[in-house]
Design a protein around this ligand. Structure first.
Ligand code: ACO
Length: 329
């Protein structure tokens, strides 16, 4: 009796989408200043490395941005929408309470059948979604999966809170993950610690026809900073070890893009030179679940990340959640 060949999953296409409206720090500072909220380009750049962000119009919902990114990823993969049999959208800013943003993307792409669902792990959502898709492909439940991170965080920002509203932007990134006889995803590790749920949250909902709780994002910035820096190098080491490799085998680190100081600290703790860390937070700000696939798409398209490279994707965020996926492109 011959055993069936082992199935792996590989990233075969990437895509991204940004809203039309670009808002640089100077423009944002002027707009906030007009409502009595003081900030400056100097403060934002020095504390976060962010120089600009994209802000969605009312029409540019998470599903609209996610669909644009998905189309690009499917085209890059050389596939047709009809080939996709699994759609996972990572988002904390869905279009609706339900149906899922994944079902809205599915409809917009003209796909019928196959599974479609959302994953909610805030800024770790994309690595969570990728890990689930990898497992479903390896067990034969899907052959071509779309994994999308799509966010419109501008909709949940309190523009009177300068400690948070300068940090986030809107956008989407997507990958197509396909079954293959060659390894692509080498290892994945996911974690959560709900004891820290209160340091970063939007603790509101709709109930009996009204908004309940607090509909804006709140954050204890220093607590988030400390936790993020503590877990990111740890999970990177855990993931390379699970793949039987070491940190020296990583060609590129694509971390969640929250704050350039967190990215630099993670690179330093891992002993990776700054040139190996992909940074897009200066251009996109923090786009939560979209930030990792957006950064991956940028670095694939500008030719830095190439076939054969080993890439460490990392998420960290509300929940508190964190995780990493090591991928061979
Ligand atoms: N403009 C000007 N001044 C500001 C602003 C602003 N936008 N925001 C805060 N300040 C002021 C504060 O009021 C405070 O003033 P005070 O000293 O007079 O009270 C001063 O700046 C320092 O405030 P801190 O909150 O202590 O500033 P800190 O150095 O911690 O930087 C920051 C804040 C950038 C949020 C930092 O804590 C951080 O990066 N945390 C990580 C959190 C993060 O990136 N979250 C993103 C989401 S989480 C995730 O994606 C993982």
């Amino acid at each position: 009796m011959t055993s069936s060949p082992r199935v792996y999953s590989r990233i075969v296409g990437t895509g991204s989408a940004l809203p039309e409206r670009l808002v640089d720090n100077a423009t944002l500072a002027a707009e906030l200043g007009a409502r009595g909220v003081e900030t400056s380009d100097d403060w934002i750049v020095a504390r976060t490395g962010i120089r600009q962000r994209y802000i969605a119009s009312p029409e540019e919902s998470s599903s609209v941005l996610g669909t644009r990114a998905a189309r690009m990823a499917i085209e890059t993969a050389g596939l047709a929408p009809g080939d996709i049999d699994l759609i996972i959208v990572a988002t904390s800013t869905p279009d609706f309470v339900f149906p899922s943003t994944a079902c809205l993307v599915q409809r917009a792409l003209g796909i019928v059948g196959g599974a479609a669902f959302d994953v909610q792990a805030v800024c770790s959502g994309f690595v969570y979604g990728l890990t689930v898709a990898d497992a479903m492909i390896r067990t034969g439940s899907a052959r071509h999966a779309l994994v999308i991170g799509a966010e419109t965080f501008s909709r949940i920002l309190d523009w009177n809170d300068r400690g948070t509203c300068v940090l986030f932007g809107d956008g989407a990134g997507a990958v197509v993950l396909s079954a293959s006889d060659r390894p692509g995803i080498l290892a994945a590790k996911l974690h959560a610690d709900g004891r820290h749920e209160a340091i970063l949250r939007t603790a509101g909902n709709v109930s009996h026809g009204s908004i309940t709780g607090h509909p804006f994002l709140t954050m204890d910035g220093q607590a988030v900073f400390k936790l993020a820096v503590g877990v990111l190098d740890e999970v990177a080491r855990e993931t390379v070890a699970a793949a039987g490799l070491t940190v020296a085998d990583i060609d590129w680190l694509v971390p969640h893009q929250a704050n350039v100081r967190i990215l630099q600290a993670t690179g330093r703790r891992l002993g990776l030179p700054a040139e190996k860390v992909i940074v897009t937070v200066d251009r996109h700000a923090n786009t939560s679940a979209a930030s990792v696939p957006l950064a991956l798409d940028v670095a694939m398209r500008d030719g830095r990340i190439r076939e054969g490279h080993r890439v460490m994707l990392q998420g960290v965020g509300g929940g508190f959640t964190w995780g990493a996926v090591l991928v061979q492109i």
